[in-house]
Design a protein. Structure first.
Length: 116
């Protein structure tokens, strides 16, 4: 999918031989990408604190993956902006437990899964 994003201006997603949607990457992200991906690396032993924080600030957040000290959440777009997400992280006391923060619109793969 990275090659497609770099080389093409329009993308079509097919499922079972049927064209489901077509448009630019940004159009598809806006239409089918139903949220942000919040990726957090926590300091060893602080993952529980980070999980409590995420659920208190973003009650609709859904955990996607957890590996050792890294966890990923899907945060729905419902009234949430990037500034809300980063502001909440900066103000919170959990900030000392967070090593790396990545917040981005959901990937093309997640869009493909939501369309199909």
């Amino acid at each position: 999918m990275e090659e497609c994003e770099a080389l093409c201006t329009r993308v079509g997603i097919m499922t079972a031989g049927e064209l489901r949607c077509m448009g630019s990457i940004q159009y598809l992200k806006n239409k089918f990408g139903k949220g942000y991906l919040l990726d957090i690396n926590a300091i060893s032993g602080k993952l529980d604190l980070v999980e409590q924080f995420v659920h208190s600030v973003f009650p609709l957040a859904t955990p996607l993956e957890t590996h050792v000290n890294r966890t990923k959440y899907r945060v729905p777009l419902d009234g949430v902006t990037l500034s809300d997400i980063f502001g909440s992280i900066e103000v919170s006391t959990v900030r000392a437990a967070v090593v790396v923060r990545v917040v981005e619109r959901l990937h093309r793969e997640w869009i493909h899964l939501s369309v199909c």
